[in-house]
Ligand binder design. Sequence first.
Ligand code: HAM
Length: 442
Amino acid sequence: MGPQIACDVVPAFQTSPGMRDILPPDSARWRRFVDVFAGIVGPAGYGLVIPPLLEDAGVFQRVGEATEVVTKQMYRFTDLGGRDVALRPELTASICRAFAEHRPAVPWKVWCAGPQFRYEKPQRGRLRQFEQVDVEVLGVDDPHVDVEVIALGWRFFQALGLRRVELALNTLGQPDDRRRYVEALRDHFEAHLDALTEEGRQTLTRNPLRVLDSKRSGDADVIAAAPAMTDHLSDAAADHFATVRAGVDALGIPYRIEPRLVRGLDYYLRTTFEYLGGTLDSAQNALGGGGRYDGLVEALGGPATPGVGFAVGVDRTLIACDDEGVFSTPAVGVDVFVVDTTGGAEALVITEELRQAGRSADRAFDGRSMKSQMKAADRSGADVAVIIGPDELAAETAVVRPLRVHGDGTPDQAVVPRAKLVHHLIQHHSLRSPAPLASEDE
Ligand code: HAM
């Protein structure tokens, strides 16, 4: 720990429930998470899209009137111009709105990263502001695109180093199949109303499909006896799903068919899938999920356009990484720390020269003692300290002192002419080059 500002005053404000600050060094891990995702989806032809956090609330209402995310959990308010707006609870509706608005050429393959807002009961892995990374493909009906997105998610979890992730796969059929299935489910549950919990009965009045999603043990028996979607599939939907399965098999990705997988949002048709974390509680074990939402662009006033995609929750996936001991917080540090006991003006110029040369450099402020500056140099993670005292200033030199022992024959302390300092550091010390934009797996 470095020196801290002395303060025994209780802060006037703290983050709201379900919100949190992500501070260094954890924030470096977050950034890297998104970089790894970009490194997987970018080379597959996906371009970054950055929609606004705030949309007309109607955009999300199209997600489905029976979706709790929309009806109960939305941060919705009237803005100063009298508009009915909402902080986005998810990305798919925003991306479909953007598609309907800008009409880009199809296939439109995009990815996105950023915060979502849902007024949920905060608990481990469930927040009110949480981060997602997401991909969407608009304008392609081919089942192989379902396979492509499923595989991208799978490869991403592999790149993080996660081994205990399971892929669950299902189909909700074509709109007519889904309608028939919902009726069959309603008949089944209405015939067994007594066997449902009160919450289960309430869900039934809104959407029989969502009863399947119940995690309550009181609903388990009647759910287990419910009809299966596979018995209500049209030939076209069954063919689509068979091709998806064959494709996932061909890529060697393990999965299980999960006939009760309905997902929490109402726009899904045909393929649905979820990536489940093996270390998490079953109420919060979905690390990510997605599927097809062929009617959504049309519902938002655009042309009839098929769509498929998924989102991964960053917060939850990092908990899974902690549980599995993978994808640790990257070591942060600068290349060079400049220790200047002559007032700090030399440190100002040397750090600037190094940064201009593309190297990272830091220094201490407030005229601290040599001992305190050397401690700060050590904490900074720098490989090398450059030391300027009165003697060096007078002789126009600098002392270069390695701070870490490397097995590669790191040179000993040296006195270097000031004019050649940056050149010397680059020549004789294996300074890290500027961080790459997309990092590889460890
Ligand atoms: P979702 O299943 O609602 O899907 O969210 C995707 C992931 O976001 C979840 O699996 C979970 O990891 C994370 N997540 C959701 N809610 C929370 C929360 N309150 N706190 C922390 N993490 C959370 C969607 O959002 C769809 N838009 C996915 C999609 C894209 N479907 C098609 N394309």
